[in-house]
Ligand binder design. Structure first.
Ligand SMILES: *[C@@H]1O[C@H](CO)[C@@H](O)[C@H](O)[C@H]1NC(C)=O
Ligand SMILES: *[C@@H]1O[C@H](CO)[C@@H](O)[C@H](O)[C@H]1NC(C)=O
Ligand SMILES: *[C@@H]1O[C@H](CO)[C@@H](O)[C@H](O)[C@H]1NC(C)=O
Length: 367
């Protein structure tokens, strides 16, 4: 278990004190709460009796500590702090992510203090097990305005096993103003890794705001804003208690399920749909698009026809369905004829967590 010899650790400590912290040079020994080993834990690791050892927040030589009762407990994940004014370990979100070792196998947490971070952020494929924690979607925001194609989002999450909490992602192109710019794809976030969850996050943009591209994802109490195809892609996702805000008329979803046996689909549970203009619940980006709205609150923003066929001449493969929705937009009497009626069994299966969580990955995430 011991991968770091005592002299090495201690000399690193001295070195880091000499170097201090800087943006490009991670501060290897942070002042964070948990990262002390003392007493028997320290001697067990080979340190002299009585030593108190501070360790780097990303070192992963030990996964267990002893609690007061003597039982082994999972070591709380380690935390680095991003703070624009320099009171943390990093000044930018990307530099904190870059400091995580490649092929990391332990959960690490990056806490992002309040502020508007004007940067593009990527979690590369080889950096899994990262928790990004903002101070709330309105207080901690990551903002950029790239556009023209869907390939240049503000935030790109490519690794598996990612948790994001209390963060706002904005693509500011055309967003928030009375801009006359041409409507173009302007993605705020792309989610392409498996086992990724978002809690209390915000996704803001106009066209193609959230590219829910691939993998199994869970969105809880998030706010998603846009006008055209603003929740789109081929992922397998549950959106629970989310607020969907139409900033002007268009299409809420553009799901991209490709084949009849693909597990992908978007399930909206207990959400609210509101905003200005008149919007379709979705249009199929691919012939087997699957989108379900369940027990959600629809304002009059929902177009009475419900769904748009886009360029599909045959809508047979498309699975668009609604159950138990309420509010002025929930009347289904004028919906397109090709909206599906699903059996109670299918509704139960699709709206339970097992739709995305059959192997229990969500429970294993430390949140
Ligand atoms: C991480 O894992 C990948 C895939 O196994 C491997 O190609 C890559 O070299 C590894 N990177 C490091 C820094 O260990
Ligand atoms: C419909 O048109 C869009 C935009 O040109 C295209 O991306 C999509 O693949 C088309 N869908 C189908 C099912 O052909
Ligand atoms: C539905 O949403 C509207 C706002 O769009 C809100 O005023 C209303 O209270 C909601 N209804 C319920 C039952 O939550």
């Amino acid at each position: 278990m011991v991968r770091y010899s005592a002299p090495l650790l201690l000399s690193c400590l001295c070195l880091s004190l000499l170097l201090g912290s800087s943006e490009s040079q991670p501060r290897w020994y942070s002042n964070h709460k948990h990262y002390y080993y003392r007493g028997s834990r320290a001697t067990h690791l080979g340190f002299p009796r009585g030593s108190q050892v501070r360790r780097s927040y990303w070192q992963n030589d030990v996964g267990l500590i002893m609690t007061a009762s003597g039982a082994a407990a999972t070591l709380p994940y380690r935390t680095a702090v991003v703070d624009q004014s320099g009171h943390g370990d990093f000044k930018t979100v990307q530099s904190a992510i870059d400091s995580v070792p490649s092929n990391n196998t332990n959960w690490v947490s990056i806490q992002i203090n309040a502020g508007t971070y004007r940067e593009k952020v990527v979690i590369p494929k080889e950096k899994p097990f990262i928790i990004l924690k903002g101070r709330g979607r309105r207080r901690t925001k990551i903002v950029w305005d790239d556009h023209t194609s869907i390939e240049c989002p503000t935030f790109m999450s490519l690794a598996d096993n990612i948790i994001v909490k209390g963060l706002g992602f904005v693509n500011s192109y055309n967003y928030g103003g009375s801009s006359d710019n041409e409507l173009l794809p302007a993605v705020a976030a792309e989610v392409s890794g498996d086992k990724t969850s978002f809690y209390g996050c915000g996704f803001s943009g106009v066209q193609d705001t959230l590219w829910d591209n691939a993998g199994r994802h869970y969105f809880k109490r998030c706010t998603i804003e846009g006008a055209v195809d603003f929740i789109f892609g081929n992922a397998q996702s549950i959106y629970e208690e989310c607020a969907i805000r139409v900033v002007k008329g268009g299409f809420i979803t553009a799901q991209a399920r490709e084949t009849a046996d693909s597990p992908s689909g978007f399930v909206f549970k207990g959400c609210t749909v509101s905003g200005v203009g008149l919007s379709y619940l979705g249009r199929p980006w691919r012939p087997y698009a699957r989108v379900l709205f369940f027990k959600s609150n629809f304002s009059q923003v929902v177009d009475p026809r419900g769904w748009d066929p886009w360029n599909l001449s045959d809508q047979n493969g498309v699975i668009y369905a609604e159950y138990g929705n309420f509010g002025p937009g929930a009347d289904t009497s004028n919906r397109v004829s090709w909206e599906k009626k699903l059996s109670v069994d299918v509704w139960e299966k699709m709206t339970s967590m097992s739709f995305i969580n059959e192997d229990g990955w969500l429970e294993r995430q430390p949140y």
